[in-house]
Ligand binder design. Structure first.
Ligand code: F6R
Length: 376
């Protein structure tokens, strides 16, 4: 079943190019019709009508995908979006707002808190006037799940069953769902030119191959780093903008399967406290992709280096400046900043995997964790 891979997690990491292809084929088409969205998610029109804002509820890795989703929905479709931990939102919801889409993101479709947050929204909006009626959308890898029974509009993430407890391919599939939704809304609301949307979609079409290249170049590098860092006690992951959630995801992957303490921060927050943690024993992984915040991340990384931290850069291959600053590189294929999270997460998944494997841990079944959290 593992098809020659030592663990399901590694097999699932390698399945990611195929997962992106499946989502591209299912949801994106070449539209020659000027008035049509190039994305077809099969959602009912009531989802889109007079839409004013979006609230997203999720837990864990799905919450990280939601943070990338918020960035895309706001920057591409210009819709104010909030992301909430489902476990918090269910007991302290935002005040009722009109024409609001509530999105629940859960790969399993069984996470108790996410289901409860959606149920709470449904209930409190019942009997309200039309503009306050619940509009629910589920993003899940298991449309046959409890979520699927609860919510009529579903984006199915087409990753195939995931066995490793640590979410990998389902995360990338959730990102694809948010690219599709944000581009669909951008096309319908005409917030960005049609040509730009086509360019982004063309970029997405290149992603499967770029993940393949990244996987091929990373295998040895991450194994090598895993050897060096197997006994490290703390890691810091830094990113900004659309890659801040990827810093969180890199830290979560490392914590949950290798039991090494790790924190993800938006790089600009370091100087407000966490920088006090840094010394030669605390490596810093910085995600630095050319674009709106590249120089900022590099300068934040330099500040860490000045505290003797060893710097590991997740950065495009051909970047001379970056290569000089970082002690170690985990290069990704050169890519548009907007699409970069789909690539930058891959070396972080591999790094966590190889460190855990090197430590001899049960990668697919980490201690204290279950694949879906069906109790509160
Ligand atoms: C991390 C992980 C968990 C889940 C979280 C939500 O690798 O797998 O953090 O992401 O328990 O699960 P779902 O998406 O099934 O609601």
């Amino acid at each position: 079943e593992k098809q020659g891979f030592k663990h399901f997690m590694l097999k699932e990491i390698y399945e990611q190019p195929g997962v992106v292809r499946a989502n591209l084929e299912a949801y994106f088409h070449n539209s020659s019709d000027n008035n049509q969205s190039p994305v077809n998610l099969g959602l009912s029109e009531s989802i889109y009508a007079d839409l004013e804002q979006i609230h997203i509820v999720a837990c864990g890795t799905s919450w990280h995908a939601a943070l990338v989703g918020k960035y895309l929905l706001e920057q591409l479709a210009e819709i104010p979006a909030q992301v909430h931990y489902a476990s918090e939102y269910r007991y302290a919801p935002s005040p009722l707002t009109p024409n609001t889409l509530i999105i629940g993101v859960t790969q399993s479709g069984e996470t108790a808190d996410t289901l409860a947050a959606l149920a709470m929204e449904k209930e409190r909006r019942q009997g309200q006037e039309a503009k306050y009626q619940a509009r629910l959308l589920g993003i899940t890898n298991r449309p046959e799940s409890s979520l699927g029974h609860m919510v009529t509009n579903i984006i199915s993430t087409l990753a195939g069953i995931e066995i490793g407890v640590a979410a990998t391919k389902t995360f990338i599939a959730q990102l694809m769902a948010f690219y599709a939704l944000a581009l669909d809304l951008a096309a319908r609301r005409q917030t960005i030119p049609k040509e730009t949307i086509e360019q982004i979609i063309n970029g997405l079409r290149r992603i499967p191959q770029e993940i393949e290249e990244t996987l091929a170049s990373q295998e040895r590098l991450t194994e090598h780093l895993a050897h060096e860092f197997a006994d490290t006690q703390d890691f810091i992951f830094l990113g900004r903008g659309i890659n801040f959630p990827i810093a969180l995801e890199g830290a979560l992957k490392l914590k949950e399967i290798s039991y090494i303490h790790a924190e993800g921060y938006p790089a600009g927050e370091m100087k407000h406290g966490p920088i006090a943690l840094l010394d030669a024993k605390v490596p810093v992984v910085a995600i630095a992709v050319p674009g709106s915040v590249y120089e900022k991340v590099i300068s934040n990384a330099q500040e860490a280096k000045a505290r003797d931290s060893r710097l590991i850069g997740v950065t495009p291959v051909k970047d001379g400046e970056a290569a000089e600053i970082f002690n170690d590189l985990l290069p990704v294929s050169s890519v548009d900043e907007l699409l970069s999270p789909i690539l930058t997460v891959v070396p972080l998944q591999l790094l966590a995997y190889h460190i855990a494997a090197r430590r001899g841990l049960d990668v697919d079944q980490p201690r204290n964790l279950a694949k879906s959290v069906t109790v509160e």
